[in-house]
Design a protein around this ligand. Structure first.
Ligand SMILES: [Zn+2]
Ligand SMILES: [Zn+2]
Length: 407
């Protein structure tokens, strides 16, 4: 069995290489589905490390590779996923590894995720004699924008050949200090759905509303009534948020406009509440429009599914986390209403995503994800890599622990 101390020393040794990889990626960020240079860099690294069966160009720029254990034992297959895309943000950090691609920035930490997964390839290749089973390394395009890169990779068959039994992923957490890791079973992130409503009224003179159908008044009623979906239709102990993000109508003080448009987001944590929210939001909009004699067109778009960690997989991660950072540094957070397309990997196989604290107030590394001054404490690369290595090795040794919770 791999001891955490030995692994810890080894990761300390390779940390400068991890930091160099992360900085290279940070300096050369690419937007979703355009990660051509990033993918080339990843593929070359995997080749140099001797990773087997490297497949490129999956759903655009996606890559997989295999590390096969040589020890005798249960032949489990575990997938570890990293995302490679950056954001359309102009970097405001004054650092030597600042983005060279103006207007594009790794402001979510996906550069770190990619560097850590390359580090995992290295720690696993170095101890192939010590484990049985196979690790599938997966680098995906475009996490930030719907429809995301994960779904298409799964449709192209990455969960088979060899058949994946479970998966794990990590995300940097700039709201948690360095050294802390968060892990929870069950829903951890929401399904971020969106809607756009076009209310077709009948324009006219502001002084003669009896001859018009006012889409502003109808729209205002819709905005108010949508608030009752959460307060009156959803079980108070469940989570759901409905936010109207825009309402556009009219231009002149004395004119009733013809059309109003309203749009927003609906975020939920379970498939049941997701279905309920869509049904209620749609019915409320249609009912109010009908009462006001307007016609409406509703475009309701389902985003990523909710990210639901398997209870047993989360329990296994928790054990690994305690081994690496100690029980005092494990946090079980409540779910967040953000979204993440790692969710697709969890739809029909067990798995879990954990978050790696990367904030360091003493060093001024306090800016949140998607902020132009986002930057991580790079020691978190070592913490993330060590936790992921232990998680993967424990999974290959023992499989998932028995829990009473199920998924
Ligand atoms: Zn992000
Ligand atoms: Zn992200």
């Amino acid at each position: 069995m791999v001891t955490a101390t030995r692994l810890h020393d080894e990761i300390d040794e390779i940390l400068p290489g991890l930091i160099a990889d992360r900085r290279y990626l940070h300096e050369n960020p690419e937007l979703g589905f355009q990660e051509f240079n990033t993918a080339k860099f990843v593929a070359e690294r995997l080749q140099a490390l001797g990773v087997e069966d490297i497949r490129t160009g999956i759903n655009g720029t996606g890559i997989t590779g295999l590390v096969r254990g040589k020890s005798a034992g249960e032949n489990r297959v575990v997938l570890v996923r990293a995302d490679m895309d950056a954001l359309p943000i102009h970097e405001e950090n004054d650092v030597e590894y600042k983005s060279r691609n103006d207007g594009v920035m790794h402001a979510c930490g996906h550069d770190a995720h990619t560097a850590i997964l390359l580090g995992l390839a290295r720690t696993l290749m170095a101890r192939r004699d010590e484990f049985a089973g196979t690790v599938k390394l997966l680098f995906q395009p475009s996490e930030e924008h719907f429809p995301g890169g994960a779904k298409g990779m799964i449709e192209e068959g990455v969960m088979e050949d060899p058949h994946v039994d479970a998966s794990f992923a990590l995300h940097m957490a700039q709201h948690q200090p360095l050294g802390v890791i968060t892990i929870a079973g069950g829903p951890i992130l929401a399904a971020p759905d969106s809607f756009r409503v076009t209310i077709q009224g009948k324009g006219g003179h502001a002084a003669r509303p009896q001859n018009a159908i006012d889409p502003i008044v109808i729209g205002a009623q819709i905005v108010n009534a949508l608030q009752t979906v959460v307060s009156r239709n959803v079980d108070p102990v469940e989570s759901c948020v409905v936010t109207v993000g825009y309402f556009n109508a009219g231009e002149a003080f004395n004119v009733i406009p013809d059309v109003a448009t309203i749009g927003g987001t609906v975020r939920t944590l379970t498939p049941e509440i997701r279905d309920l929210a869509e049904e209620r939001v749609t019915a409320v909009i249609q009912g109010i429009a009908e009462a006001g004699r307007a016609t409406v067109e509703i475009e309701y778009t389902r985003g990523y599914p909710a990210t639901i960690n398997d209870q047993a997989a989360a329990a296994l991660v928790r054990e690994a986390v305690i081994e690496v950072v100690g029980a005092d540094n494990v946090v079980t957070p409540p779910p967040s209403m953000g979204g993440e397309d790692y969710a697709y990997f969890l739809l029909d196989r067990p798995g879990a995503m954990f978050q790696v604290g990367s904030k360091n107030e003493d060093r001024g590394l306090v800016w949140g994800h998607h902020h132009p001054r986002f930057d991580i404490d790079e020691e978190s690369l070592a913490v993330g890599l060590e936790t992921m290595t232990v998680t993967v090795l424990r999974y290959l040794e023992r499989g998932l622990p028995a829990t009473d919770g199920g998924n």
